[in-house]
Design a protein around this ligand. Structure first.
Ligand code: CO
Length: 134
C-alpha cells in the first residue's frame, strides 16, 4: 500500500545552523524557510535525489514541535512520511488493522498542499508516521 518515502522530518533547535550545515557540510540543495502557521512550524525543505528532508522548527505558542524539542534538546527525527495513492482507503485499511489515526481521523492539508494523516507512534515501533496522498 505505501509507496515512496516522501520525506524524513527532523526537529531542530537552531534552524539557521541546521540549514547551513546541510548546505555546506553535506552539500545539499537547501530551500528557504517557510512558515506554516496552521501546523505551528517553520519548515526548510532539503531536496535529495531520492527523497526530501524537512527541518522543523517551532512557530507560535502551541507548536507541536516544542514538546519534542523539550525532550530532545539537540533535535531528532520527528516523523517519516510515506506516500499513498488513496489516503481514505489507506486510513480505513489501517484502522481495520488496529492502528490509531491521530486527531479527528480526517486528512488535513499538509506542508506540500496535499492531504495528510498521522498515525500513532506507539502503533509503529515508536515512530510517528505521516501518510501523504500524492
Ligand atoms: Co511531514
Amino acid at each position: 500500500m505505501i509507496g515512496r518515502l516522501n520525506h524524513v522530518a527532523i526537529a531542530v533547535p537552531d534552524l539557521d545552523a541546521a540549514a547551513a550545515q546541510y548546505a555546506s557540510a553535506l552539500g545539499a540543495k537547501v530551500g528557504a524557510p517557510q512558515d506554516e502557521p496552521d501546523h505551528g512550524v517553520t519548515v526548510i525543505f532539503i531536496e535529495l535525489p531520492n527523497t526530501k528532508i524537512e527541518l522543523l522548527y517551532p512557530l507560535g505558542e502551541n507548536s507541536p514541535i516544542q514538546g519534542f524539542l523539550d525532550k530532545n534538546p539537540s533535535g531528532g527525527i520527528h516523523h517519516v512520511c510515506y506516500e499513498v495513492e488513496d489516503i481514505i482507503a489507506a486510513r480505513d485499511h489501517l484502522k481495520a488493522s488496529g492502528a490509531r489515526v491521530l486527531g479527528d481521523g480526517e486528512p488535513k492539508i499538509g506542508a506540500h498542499g496535499k492531504p495528510v494523516l498521522f498515525l500513532h507512534p506507539k502503533d509503529f515501533q515508536g515512530t510517528l508516521v505521516e501518510l501523504e496522498q500524492v
